[in-house]
Design a protein around this ligand. Structure first.
Ligand SMILES: OC[C@@H]1[C@@H](O)[C@H](O)[C@@H](O)c2nc(CNc3ccccc3)cn21
Length: 447
């Protein structure tokens, strides 16, 4: 393999998530999700933005598949809205909701695009939140039953499934700091939600082994932690941050136990877990999805709750609109770290991307986004470097296909390689999309 090339069969794609792009949250019998509730609670989302319309992908999916085809995408990672399938989260199946994903998958396959399906990307049915949601241990069965409905409908046409997207964000954002749905701020709830997310992941993998015939994995966000100094307090803070964000989910799945730092971080709020839970959590998976955006240079901070650690801004670095340092070597390091710590399990970079302000371009039909092109080029080079060092990376999904609802930040941050005019819903591939198309067509040789 030439150093400048990616392996034959490397899977080039892009990614979205249901609540961020679909719109029509209650159409055709769908039930509300916790994000539908969250965005309609005044003051929680910037500018009062909601996912009521978003990118109108629920209605414009054919147009969006055609855009993917024109860009030469080989794969499309998307998530299923649980409450479209099971409006109350359990029980009655809403066949109109199933039909939407059935048609989308068929259209992708007809256009030579492989679907990668995420079962949970943060949009819990509101009816299940009313029953405790991720705090109720029964959710492992609720989730497995939902997953089985999807497996029976789509498995075979869908050959790569992911149970959860970023359990760390679900817990840290939704239960510890409260910036994301369902907006709890409770250090006793966070570990329970985390643990039940992992139990639900394990139960869904078990269900897949009984009904599915292809591959299933987990998607985690990994942000490599670099210590700000050799001061023992900074070294310890960095170890806590790495355990909390990067190992809290991988250690249970691969080793059957939590990092030892979790007790130190949560103290009395960290329960003694039933040992039988880890047999469920440790179901073997076929691949790991890694979402990488940035790194964190980390120091001790006595006031930073609960980690007593914080990030140190880097003077010479470029930062994105979300305040994340552009640091492509961190992606190589992350992929090598996963291989070193957990073995050479097949990896997909399931999300990588950047939010930059896209200045209005004089040329009609063109959106110049040079900073996003640079970010993409540098990070694809980082993936290639990890592959050259023996990491089994099998694909890359650019985040995101479309500008979309950036959760509590509303539409203020644009990650898309395709621009969306939310007033008209017009899609315009950005320069980054045209660059990515050339990368795909050459299997990375243009990098
Ligand atoms: O923020 C960009 C994307 C977001 O739109 C996706 O839905 C989500 O999967 C996603 N995860 C990250 C990385 N993790 C993260 C870290 C801190 C706060 C929020 C997300 C970035 N993104």
């Amino acid at each position: 393999m030439c150093a400048a090339q990616f392996p034959n069969g490397f899977l080039w794609g892009s990614a979205t998530a249901a609540y961020q792009v679909e719109g029509s949250p209650l159409a055709d019998g769908a039930g509300p999700s916790i994000w539908h509730r969250f965005v309609h609670t005044p003051g929680l989302v910037r500018d009062g933005d909601t996912g009521d319309v978003a990118c109108d992908h629920y209605r414009r999916w054919k147009e969006d598949v055609a855009i993917m085809r024109r860009l030469g995408l080989q794969a499309y990672r998307f998530s299923v809205s649980w409450s479209r399938i099971l409006p109350a989260g359990t029980g009655h199946v809403n066949y109109a909701g199933l039909d939407f994903y059935d048609r989308l998958v068929d259209a992708l396959l007809e256009n030579g695009i492989e679907p990668l399906v995420t079962l949970y990307h943060w949009d819990l049915p509101a009816a299940l939140d009313d029953r405790g949601g991720w705090l109720n241990p029964e959710i492992s069965k609720w989730f497995a039953d939902y997953a089985e409905v999807m497996f029976r409908k789509l498995d075979g046409r869908v050959k790569k499934w992911a149970t959860l997207n970023e359990p760390w964000v679900v817990t840290d954002g939704g239960y510890l700091h409260g910036a994301l749905a369902p907006g709890h701020r409770n250090r006793f709830e966070a570990p329970i939600a985390s643990h039940n997310l992992l139990r639900a992941h394990g139960a869904a993998v078990q269900a897949y082994r009984a009904t599915g015939r292809h591959e299933i994995g987990l998607v985690v966000n990994i942000e490599p932690k670099y210590r700000a100094s050799d001061d023992p307090a900074d070294v310890a803070a960095t170890a806590r941050a790495e355990a909390y964000m990067n190992r809290q989910y991988l250690d249970p799945v691969f080793f059957g136990h939590y990092p030892k730092e979790m007790v130190e971080i949560f103290g009395e709020a960290w329960p003694d877990w039933p040992s039988e839970d880890f047999a469920l959590i440790q179901q073997p998976i076929d691949f790991l999805g890694v979402n990488y955006y940035t790194r964190s240079v980390t120091r001790f901070d006595a006031n930073a709750w609960p980690l007593k650690a914080c990030a140190v801004r880097q003077k010479q670095a470029t930062y994105t609109e979300t305040g994340w340092e552009v640091f492509a070597p961190g992606l190589t390091e992350t992929l090598l770290w996963v291989k070193r710590c957990y073995g050479n399990i097949p990896l997909y970079v399931t999300e990588n991307g950047s939010a930059f302000f896209d200045p209005p371009t004089a040329a009609k039909g063109r959106v110049e986004d040079p900073l996003r092109v640079d970010y993409l080029r540098e990070h694809l080079g980082a993936v290639r470097d990890a592959i050259a060092q023996g990491v089994d990376v099998r694909g890359y999904m650019a985040w995101s296909l479309l500008d979309n609802l950036e959760w509590s930040l509303g539409y203020s941050k644009r990650f898309g390689i395709v621009h969306v005019n939310f007033a008209t819903q017009q899609r315009t591939p950005k320069d980054s999309a045209h660059f990515y198309a050339k990368v795909i067509a050459s299997n990375g040789a243009v990098l």
